[in-house]
Ligand binder design. Structure first.
Ligand code: BES
Ligand code: MN
Ligand code: MN
Length: 459
């Protein structure tokens, strides 16, 4: 039997254990944005540190930071071989609304060939498949095909700054010939995908202040400032019904796609627009009508309001005019736009659009730049070959609307090509109730990554 099929056999024979181990990890509620889960985040880091030891990494480390810890491990096999840096995150998103979950988010459950839990796909399941692939090499070949560094973070979902600082301060330590990230989606189970661009993100809070205290809406209604209303006005002026964002500076900084890319979006041969309607359960897509849906997700900037706080939302009725109101508003940005610069444009737009009689304050909660990947390098080619071998069809190259803030920094600081090869499916409902990961994708992902690693080995 060839070594490759021996590794695949190892992965098949140990599949149930990998699922059991993933379940154990998923049961740790490592929600990075909630301070009450701080210890759980640490436990999830320790869990993966132990796993890395068991695979054979000499001394996996927990690196304390001002926020949640990083996990780093390194296995140097041969100076003549290339070094691959693998990134992933072990933190997860919050779980609300809890009542929408068919099984509790931190009690992993298997139904219809899927594992359901918060983090199943994003990103513990995908990190776990990479670890399984590494384990197959370590146990079958008693070594790895190339040098591996692994860096896992615990505050990706919180927009944490720790990993950015670490990467900037330790470029030599992290030096690698390429970076592998398994934290994205495929177009469908039949269409493996390699991501060629991630959008950047700017996450802000708008706070509006009116009177010095809440007021009776009878005694003061008609003369009192209402920050909640002013906030709604500003938001609707920032982006109108047509989906167009009214920040003048944006227009001149958005790249045009190539003619071929534009045509492929207009043709939409994979019927992504239908799939999007189905996934969302809506009859109609909204947004900028002048652009194809795939361009709206892959390249256009967005502005979304995530939540508004202020005034009275309790049971029954209360006649109050609130003294303050806040909104969480984020923007997605093509890789050409620097989110910190866009923040200054947004600040100006907000103050220009604010009705008079209010004080407004915009806070930059976090920002991460987007990234564009050149598919023309041996590492991406190896990924494409491994996907083709496992799925029986060549991958599509596509832009992803979501963000992985550290990806841009890896490209900038390490000057290493990025391989964005993910195994999520469009209906995995990451960040939402009933997040799942397909077990068949879990299995294929391990084999693809094991094969990919072998293809990086120099003769
Ligand atoms: N894995 C996602 C990024 C992603 C989303 C890839 C959808 C493919 C499809 C990542 O964990 C994520 O959620 N990123 C955040 C970043 C933010 C919190 C700074 C995002 O995109 O909202
Ligand atoms: Mn993720
Ligand atoms: Mn996520």
């Amino acid at each position: 039997m060839t070594k490759e099929s021996k590794r695949n056999r190892y992965l098949n024979e140990n599949f149930d254990r990998f699922v059991a181990q993933l379940s154990e990890w998923l049961a740790i509620p490592s929600i990075s944005t909630l301070s009450e889960n701080r210890d759980d985040v640490r436990k999830a880091a320790e869990w993966v540190q132990k796993r890395l030891s068991a695979i054979g990494f000499p001394q996996p480390q927990i690196i304390p930071t001002a926020g949640h810890p990083l996990v780093f491990a390194e296995w140097q096999v041969d100076a003549h071989q290339p070094t691959l840096l693998i990134y992933g995150h072990y933190d997860v998103q919050p779980v609300d609304p809890l009542t929408e979950w068919c099984s509790p988010p931190f009690t992993p459950a298997i139904r219809n060939g899927n594992i359901y839990a918060r983090g199943a796909c994003d990103d513990k399941g995908q990190v776990m498949l990479v670890l399984a692939a590494l384990e197959a090499w370590a146990k079958v070949d008693h070594s790895l095909p190339v040098n591996i560094k692994i860096l896992l973070e615990g505050e990706e979902e919180a927009g944490g700054a720790a990993i950015g600082e670490y990467v900037r301060q330790n470029p030599e330590h992290l030096r690698a010939d390429a970076v592998l990230i398994c934290d994205t989606h495929m177009a469908s189970p039949e269409k493996p995908s390699i991501i060629t661009a991630l959008r950047g993100i700017l996450y802000t809070e708008i706070a509006v202040f009116g009177a010095k205290t809440d007021l009776h809406s009878g005694s003061y209604g008609g003369v009192a400032p209402n920050p909640l209303h002013a906030l709604c006005l500003v938001i609707s002026r920032l982006k109108g019904e047509d989906g167009v964002i009214d920040i003048p500076e944006l227009d001149t900084h958005i790249p045009a796609p190539s003619v071929t890319e534009k045509q492929s979006w207009l043709r939409d041969t994979l019927h992504i627009e239908d799939a999007l309607r189905r996934e969302m359960g809506v009859d109609q897509l909204v947004g900028e009508a002048a652009y194809p849906a795939l361009e709206r997700i892959g390249l256009r900037p967005t502005l979304e309001v995530h939540g508004i706080k202020g005034g009275f939302v309790g049971e029954g009725a209360k006649t109050v005019i609130p003294a303050t109101a806040t909104a969480k508003v984020s923007m997605r940005l093509p890789a050409s736009l620097d989110p910190d610069t866009v923040f200054t444009w947004l600040e100006k737009a907000v103050s220009d659009k604010m009705p008079s009689g209010y004080r407004v304050q915009l806070t930059n909660l976090h920002a991460g730049k987007g990234v564009a990947v050149s598919p023309d390098n041996p590492f991406v080619r190896a990924a494409a070959e491994a996907l083709t071998a496992e799925y029986g069809t060549a991958p599509v190259f596509m832009r992803e609307g979501g963000s992985i803030p550290i990806a841009a920094l890896f490209a900038e600081v390490l000057h290493a090509p990025l391989v964005l090869m993910g195994f999520g499916l469009p209906d995995d409902t990451v960040h939402a109730p009933n997040e799942k990961f397909s077990l068949s994708q879990f299995g294929k992902g391990m084999k693809t990554v094991a094969d990919f690693l072998g293809r990086l080995r120099r003769p």
